[in-house]
Design a protein around this ligand. Structure first.
Ligand SMILES: [Zn+2]
Length: 240
């Protein structure tokens, strides 16, 4: 008997209605208590042993069995929105496509995330947090920033959204063209004329950009306002 390795290595993402090998369908529940996973044979659905089944039921009901980010109906699984206690409130139900891109930033297809245009208005805090995090990650595309500007998060939801990236943030250090460490709130000067993508503005060399923000997952990018417009600036073109 074998259960695919994919199921076995799931630690934070549990396949609920993914396609299981056909030959597993008619075995009894006990057969499948393997790798910490239990298959409910008649329902084609798996769960990590010990996790309250009601989390899955709650998520399936809340989401109407759709990916809470993109609406897809296939290959749904639980994704715990870190830091999470594993409850339905602190988890979302998402599809494999969303999960893959969340976990492997290199594979991100920005267009897929246009779905956040809808998801960001969810009443579910965990969905809001995921939408905020992905929009933040993609903000240099432009449109995600527009959505972020429209998005409203309660204070506690915002700190949850921000806390998830704290550990990554610690590893990423932003440095200016001279190697000096940049911090949020710093004022920097442009060392080169920069054309602002998607506009006719040229940010002149020597322009001071006050109160910069650091792009959390990219050590080479900061954000700041030039002529009132929030733009992404490469750290190699600024100095403190
Ligand atoms: Zn999805």
């Amino acid at each position: 008997m074998s259960i695919s390795k994919d199921l076995c290595r799931a630690d934070r993402f549990f396949v609920i209605n993914g396609n299981l090998p056909v030959n597993l369908h008619h075995r009894s529940e006990i057969d499948f208590t393997i790798c910490g996973l239990m298959l409910r044979s008649h329902q084609r659905y798996t769960s990590v042993k010990g996790i309250n089944m009601s989390v899955e039921k709650e998520l399936l009901a809340r989401s109407e069995s759709k990916c809470e980010l993109c609406g897809a109906e296939d290959s749904l699984g639980i994704y715990e929105v870190a830091p999470s206690n594993g409850s339905a409130e602190q988890s979302v139900l998402i599809c494999e496509t969303c999960r893959g891109q969340i976990e492997n930033p290199d594979t991100v297809d920005a267009n897929h995330w246009r779905c956040l245009n809808d998801a960001m208005w969810s009443q579910v805090p965990a969905v809001q947090v995921m939408a905020w995090r992905m929009l933040t990650r993609l903000r240099s595309e432009g449109w995600p920033q527009d959505l972020l500007d429209m998005m409203y998060l309660e204070d506690e939801v915002r700190s949850w959204a921000e806390s998830g990236s704290a550990s990554d943030e610690e590893k990423i250090i932003h440095r200016d063209s001279n190697g000096a460490v940049l911090e949020a709130g710093d004022t920097v000067t442009l060392t080169k004329d920069l054309d602002v993508k998607g506009s006719s503005i040229t940010a002149k060399r020597g322009t001071a950009v006050r109160n910069i923000r650091l792009v959390q997952d990219n050590a080479e990018q900061i954000e700041g306002r030039v002529d009132g417009q929030l733009i992404v600036i490469l750290t190699k073109f600024v100095k403190k």
